[in-house]
Design a protein. Structure first.
Length: 578
């Protein structure tokens, strides 16, 4: 997830926050921003704020809010933000998304990566780059991901890549020595830096040892399953996994084969899984953890303001919250019912009752992949559909015109069936999402629809199995809007959890990905998103604010609103030198 528009830097540069470990805990709140002085330099220097000299040794504990069951972040079932955070120090990428929302070459891994002509990319992997067992990181590792994602070597239903974008345009991958890699494309690919960047590199030789040669569909599918089910025994990053306790923690230690110039100073980097999100500020104050990166909530912000030993930051991010309707549901496959539900929900009211209490400038989001004030190509594709405005009368009219009857005992379909209660799911422990779901259920009650609000402790499993009728979750935004639109909304994409789409939408989004001119590409993308919005399968709610808080002796940990998150520079994390 690494390229995007340079104007995305404005998002970061305009927010508030991060810097050295000053003792002051003065706070300010302005629009979507709140910060303690300890994070004061981020508006001018988002990629270098909170920099400090590290002492040798010690441990740093970073909290993660969710448990996962899939370890393959390149698969649809494993492509979750928290999984990518835990695996960030182990699985490298060719490019990095930095806190200033720019894409930068991973110079630990790479000498260079260059588009030599519109359909040729030449990568030069550093000779020193090896996996922790000493095997070189090389062309075989790139070829593996290409084969499981291109849709030709392995059917997408079997290899379940979270995206095919760009990989399905690769014609060949060759290398004379394993380290200099030439990639030939069938068509130009505007966001070529997303390849092996928003995806992560896995060790092909480990998969081959487990399942056999990766030259056939059966073994490729087995390799995907192997990486999905196997707790990592490998590392191509600055740390390696020493111990994993399911549902509790991952303990990492420095990788002795690490080839990068910046060496870890920590003895141990621990990812602590705490799904009881409201307890995170208390855990931080008690130094049970040293850094947290949760979705901000009202009570949590108030607690952090009182913590004299930590610094915190809140600002707008690239992630966004949304409702997805499972269009394969017996009742929800009818567009009229989906339209009525989304027409009845009042997004601004949902915001006002939750995140609006500490970020009063947040407004409903009206695009899926382009953000207002961030992309010059932003277009409102939601308002024309009537969705999200809380118009109960129009919602009722949509239903009655379609032949539904709103009876005292519930909604009756045109065929005379009573609409059964529908399950509305959210991630357990997230109070903001719980309140939003409960409010949504109340808003649609006048339609005769009952929504049963249910938490899930396994978001990846719930999404992958389609174990919901409606679900509230967040996409982590990236700086590759065209690639991510293809991931999110292509009808055949395993990451399209609503299962809504059509060939016209696919064609417009695919054309956008393959169009080198970004203005023309954005026009095609917006056309596709307008058509997608008219299907009433996914409703954006708001662009999520980000919040990071750290103990004052933690250095080089900073906010990163992109898909790489704060762990993009985990090799530099440390404790302040005395």
């Amino acid at each position: 997830m690494r390229r995007g528009f340079t104007v995305l830097a404005a998002l970061v540069l305009g927010v508030a926050a991060c810097a050295g470990n000053q003792p002051s805990t003065e706070q300010k709140t302005q629009g979507q921003t709140a910060t303690s002085v300890g994070f004061a330099e981020c508006p001018k220097s988002p990629a270098t704020c909170n920099t400090g000299q590290r002492r040798q040794g010690g441990q740093l504990i970073y909290a993660l809010e969710q448990q996962w069951t899939n370890w393959n972040i390149d698969s649809a079932g494993g492509n979750l933000f928290y999984t990518s955070q835990a695996l960030g120090p182990l699985n490298p990428g060719i490019f990095i998304q930095s806190p200033d929302a720019k894409v930068r070459l991973n110079t630990d891994l790479m000498e260079s990566a260059e588009l030599t002509d519109p359909t040729t990319i030449v990568y030069k992997i550093r000779k020193e780059a090896v996996w922790d067992d000493g095997v070189p990181i090389d062309v075989k590792d790139l070829q593996y991901l290409w084969r499981v994602a291109n849709g030709r070597d392995c059917d997408v239903a079997k290899c379940t890549p979270y995206t095919q974008a760009g990989f399905d345009q690769i014609k060949s991958i060759d290398s004379p020595d394993g380290k200099t890699v030439t990639v030939k494309l069938t068509k130009p690919f505007a966001e070529w830096q997303a390849l092996w960047a928003q995806s992560r590199i896995y060790p092909a030789h480990v998969a081959e040892k487990a399942v056999g040669p990766l030259d056939n569909e059966a073994n490729l599918a087995k390799a995907v399953e192997f990486f999905s089910k196997t707790v990592p025994t490998w590392s191509g990053g600055p740390y390696k996994l020493q111990e994993y306790k399911q549902g509790d923690s991952l303990v990492m230690v420095p990788n002795p084969q690490w080839y990068g110039q910046q060496k870890p100073t920590l003895d141990r980097l621990i990812f602590k899984i705490i799904t009881d999100v409201p307890q995170l500020p208390t855990a931080l104050a008690n130094r049970e953890v040293n850094a947290i990166y949760p979705q901000p909530q009202v009570d949590m912000v108030q607690q952090l303001k009182q913590d004299q030993n930590s610094n915190f930051y809140i600002g707008p991010g690239l992630g966004w919250e949304h409702f997805d309707i499972r269009t394969t549901n017996t009742f929800l496959k009818d567009k009229a019912l989906r339209q009525a539900l989304f027409t009845a929900v009042n997004r601004q009211a949902l915001i006002d009752k939750t995140v609006g209490q500490f970020a009063p400038d947040i407004k409903p989001l009206n695009n899926y992949n382009l953000f207002p004030g961030v992309s010059p190509y932003y277009k409102d594709v939601i308002t024309p559909t009537g969705a999200g405005g809380g118009d109960i009368d129009t919602a009722k009219s949509v239903l009655t015109k379609a032949g539904y009857k709103i009876d005292p005992d519930g909604l009756v379909t045109p065929k005379g069936e009573k609409v059964a209660p529908l399950r509305l799911r959210y991630t357990g422990g997230n109070e903001v999402r719980k309140v939003i779901c409960e409010q949504f259920a109340e808003m649609v009650r006048p339609l005769g629809v009952t929504l049963k609000v249910e938490p899930t402790d396994d978001l990846s499993g719930t999404l992958g199995k389609g174990d919901f009728d409606i679900i509230l979750f967040g996409w982590t935004g990236t700086i590759f809007p065209f690639v991510n639109a293809q991931q999110n909304w292509a009808s055949a994409s395993a990451s399209n959890y609503s299962k809504y789409g059509d060939k016209q939408i696919d064609g417009l989004i695919n054309d956008a990905v393959q169009t080198a001119d970004q203005s023309a590409a954005a026009d095609l993308l917006n056309q596709g998103l307008e058509r997608f919005a008219a299907g009433y399968a996914v409703l954006p709610i708001y662009q999520k604010p980000t919040m990071i808080a750290v103990n004052k002796d933690v250095v080089n940990v900073r906010n990163n609103p992109t898909g790489d998150g704060p762990v993009y520079n985990a090799k530099e994390w440390g404790l302040l030198a005395q």
